[in-house]
Design a binder for this molecule. Sequence first.
Ligand code: ADP
Length: 872
Amino acid sequence: MAQYTPMIQQYLEIKAQYKDAFLFFRLGDFYELFFEDAKKASQELEITLTGRGQDKERIPMCGVPYHSAEQYITQLIQKGYKVAICEQVEDPKQAKGVVKREVVQLITPGTVMEGKMLQEKENNYLVAITPFDDHTYGFAFNDLSTGENKATLLSGNWEDVMYEIATLGAKEVIVPSWVPAENMERLQQFLTITISYEDQDELPESLQSLCAKVEQSKLIQTFGRLAAYLVRTQKRSLEHLQPLQYYSLDEYMKIDLHSRRNLELVETLREKSKKGSLLWVVDQTVTAMGARLLKRWLERPLLAKAAIENRLSMVETLIKYFFEREELREKLKEVYDLERLAGKVAFGNVNARDLTQLKRSLQQVPAILSLVDGIGNPYGKYLIENVDQCHELKELLEKSLQEEPPLSVKEGGMIRDGYNPTLDQYRDASRNGKSWIAALEQQERQVTGIKSLKVGYNKVFGYYIEVTRANIANLPEGRYERKQTLSNAERYITPELKEKEALILEAEEKIEELEYQIFMDLREQVKEYIPKLQKLAKTISELDIIQGFAVVSEDRDYSRPVFSDEREIAIVDGRHPVVEKVLNSGEYVPNDVFMNHEREALLITGPNMAGKSTYMRQLALISVMAQMGCFVPASRATLPIFDQVFTRIGAADDLASGQSTFMVEMLETRNAIAKATQDSLILLDEIGRGTSTYDGMALAQAIIEYIHNEIGAKTLFSTHYHELTVLEYELSRLKNVHVSAIEEDGKVVFLHKVIDGQADQSYGIYVAELADLPESVITRAREILYSLEHQSISIENKPNSIKEDHLANEQDTDNQQLTLFQVDESIEKQLAQKNDKDKAVISKLKSLDILNITPIEAITILNDLQKKVKHR
Ligand code: ADP
């Protein structure tokens, strides 16, 4: 290291402690990066790579101005990197030798606090994990921006841990260094997430009170790791962290990651956009806090009937009280993000504008609470019980803060007159000085008779009197002192003017200093209210979600679900909330779902594009909505409370995940079969499609039989294997339903109506026609289909039961098919002629001796051949 300058040595020493982060090393007005950091950052940020030092030992370097550093830091964090901010911690003028520098904060994807790095409507979670010898995993998570801390114990396997991380959408995970590398590799294959290592798992002294109510040592130890990491990286006040709360996954409907993605609960499968997801339909929240909490509700529907009914009853009340609801919405719109504000206050990066927004939010609270109280819903009353309105804080902010304070906390203009007597005195001095100066202009115009005389101010010369060149001759001799000459004017000063100026400037400097102090003091006072504000935030978020449910339920004509203890489903005129919203009004065809102990499983057949998937998802989404406490898109709905929902999609459909392998499909199916209970809902969409026909069909049948006989979960199974419909005769609780379609003018028309019984055709060619495939392809497909249908289909390889029933039904099926594919004899004749022509062309081509014909002959032959096949 000896060859490096002292500053580079200092850099290397600090960098050694932050190997996995970009070190932003403060040098004057820049943050500089060196060596490998510089090379990588210059690529990632597209900034110029330069160098420092002589040719031979030139050190790669690049830098960003400190005032625009945030945008670069944001870019790196969004790419999953960490950034260590290293500041000069002593005044360079006072420094002996190299200025002292220290890392003041390590910014990581899981610990961002503000700016564009945070999504307003999403939590930013950081997870810590501790594996224990008994094969359990301690799991703790935190959102630094809101202070939320939760922990649970996961038993089972690493997959469950990965699912939980994915459910939270966590940005970063902290593990001890001894976690098996293989686990971390699997995690990284599965999710894009930043990994951090922390071996310290003792709860830091300063945060011990957070665990006062938690007894399980495994949870404390895991949270200890998280807390130790935060203390080590953030190096600042964490007073907004909320007490650690235990949560149990058993309280919620389980929806594993694949099902969640398939059902498009919070984002669409392909574009990953909110638009098109269930969240998009039900999110009528007006606060950022409400939007964040709603996402969590959606991902974690409840199991406790009483809790669900509480939410539903409040939705019902708010639907009835339209005007109160509208007023509540208006008030809520004025409520700022209290949760994140509390975090900013503790973190020390709140400004006066934030505090004015806090004041405005608090001003809404009394009206919000009284509106909720007024509508008389018991759950509403419970929600607002014990909420502290923070009345004194509101008064304090009203008294102290200007209506429109500036963003900067160092330039004054934040504090109201009358709040602090000393500040008022300085302000008087400054105002008096300024009005003296303002009067001076009038006075001097009169005395000199120069109407265009002006008093002005600039940063370099301070106050001055300006006289245009044309008027200089009119100035009484020696009246002013010349200060500056401009092309068409002269600027002057007088001793008195300078004296007043000094007073004004001094007062202003003092004002800025004092305002800053007052503001800091205010901030300290706000800190005291953090827990109360957090509680208030929770209540407001919940009220916001519920009013949103009421809005969407009323707008879209949803109804209150009823829960059945008999595991019955009776949905009348059910709709898929998203498809319904996307279609024009009246276009969606509502469907019923009836299932009970005699109808545990439905086998859905019907043409492609008829609406089988939509029908299945409709049931799952209605169940999710019901269990999160929202009304549902149906005119009536009775539902069981489902403990889990599984959605499996035949491999060919699952392109978006890039894992369209049959193996994945089977792994997921195994997962569903292993975990489902009688109280679960299973949706299997075209399972078995990813392999050869008989193979797939055999598997599909075996899976249906297993679920039917061994599990008894409510199951919807869509398939294009019509042969499976015979299962209805074998499995007593399985029923066939199909999505109907009719043929009109030779084209298929989907009715999207699901009715009992099996479908007759796959209508694939008609769908291809709808999709505008070339006419010749369609015609040819019809020909092939025709000949296939008239071959004797070998069914030797089919499972026995299918074979028998198929034979029994063959006659029937053929008759039904004729209605769609009526082929009269003349067509048959035509087809035969075409085949003959094809054969002739092929044999001519085969017999050609290409090397021994002239180009002219070749063209003539080609022409003949083309004629033969052209007019078919
Ligand atoms: P399948 O699974 O049978 O291939 P989908 O469920 O994917 O068919 O439905 C295909 C399209 O049909 C959907 O994208 C939707 O636009 C429309 N659709 C489905 N069900 C309905 C319905 N009940 N009412 C109106 N349109 C529907």
